[in-house]
Design a protein around this ligand. Structure first.
Ligand code: RRO
Length: 309
């Protein structure tokens, strides 16, 4: 089977990439993703200025996934724009994730990205759950609409958003209706971590990460069904837009499920953090084996073709 696909008219070897935040804060990590078999890569969500992020320990691997409260540690947007300026776009697409701490910060960063005139894709993060005092814009539909109105106008080029998970059909409907107002909002990445979970260690009777009294974003097995629901909900509601799946991908079968639900690209977070960039070889091998067993030779034969009962 052939895993080749395309994203907004750009050809890719395969639909896999990292989830923003994982293996992408420093140039050496990004270089490792370029060297890996990932079909594309995205940089760590950036802010106007460099940030150390929250106190450690701030990430914990768990039997069923992970919890994190990194707090947006990043080198500042100029660092990622420099990286994007040197990237070889013939080799694979590069996404730049932007998560300014205010609308004004986002507009400054987005203007700089536009003026750099690079073929990078902007993924606007509306869903960081871990900065105290900064609620997720994706959970405040009025704020989300205002962010999008201003960014869509300022950026002009096609861009995408990274959404938090939603859990009610009213929220799927309302969010989709807002996103559909913006023609140059070309892609939607579902989902960010499930925010503000609390993991407790029985032996020590304690939380397992330091920031925010132990509250943090969940990834991994905990989130796969929620991720698939959000991918499929937005795939159904936003027919003009491309969906990127993110959440709970650890095997080729999980990639296949995201594609069936309607994803065009599939991001890997927790499992990449645990296994490293060689995971992209394993996932492609497993996806190819599964497709061969099912008699599929290309992704387009089954993408979005989820059956219902
Ligand atoms: O840095 C983080 O704490 C973080 C971010 Br910006 C995000 O979007 N999602 C997440 O789980 N962690």
């Amino acid at each position: 089977p052939d895993l080749a696909t395309s994203f907004l008219e750009q050809p890719l070897d395969n639909p896999l990439m990292n989830a923003a935040g994982v293996w992408c804060t420093l140039a050496a990590q990004l270089d490792a993703l370029v060297e890996s078999s990932a079909g594309a890569l995205v940089t760590k969500s950036c802010t106007l200025s460099r940030r150390d992020g929250n106190a450690e320990p701030r990430y914990r691997a768990l039997p069923l996934g992970s919890i994190n409260s990194m707090g947006l540690p990043n080198e500042g947007y100029a660092y990622y724009l420099d990286y994007a300026a040197c990237h070889d776009y013939e080799r694979k697409p590069l996404f730049v994730s932007v998560s300014g701490l205010s609308l004004d910060d986002n507009l400054t960063i987005v203007a700089a990205l536009r003026e750099a005139v690079l073929p990078a894709f902007l993924e606007l993060n509306l869903s960081c759950p871990n900065v105290e005092g900064k609620p997720q814009p994706g959970y405040d539909f009025e704020a989300m609409d205002q962010f999008l109105a201003e960014v869509a106008t300022a950026y002009r080029r096609p861009f995408g958003v990274k959404l938090p998970p939603y859990f009610d059909f009213v929220h799927f409907d309302t969010a989709a209706e807002i996103l559909n107002r913006y023609d140059n909002l070309a892609f939607i990445t579902c989902i960010n971590s499930i925010g503000n979970g609390l993991v407790i260690d029985t032996d020590s009777e304690s939380t397992v990460i330091r920031p925010k009294d132990g509250f943090g974003g969940l990834g991994g097995d905990y989130v796969l069904p929620t991720a698939l629901a959000n991918v499929n909900a937005f795939y159904r509601r936003c027919p003009g837009k491309t969906i990127i799946g993110c959440g709970g991908v650890q095997t080729g079968a999980h990639v296949f499920q995201h594609l069936l639900a309607g994803a065009t690209l599939v991001q890997v977070g927790t499992a990449l953090h645990e296994e490293g960039p060689s995971i992209f070889d394993r996932l492609q091998h497993e996806l190819r084996e599964l497709m061969a067993k099912k008699g599929y030779s290309r992704i387009e034969e089954f993408r979005g073709r989820l059956k219902t009962l």
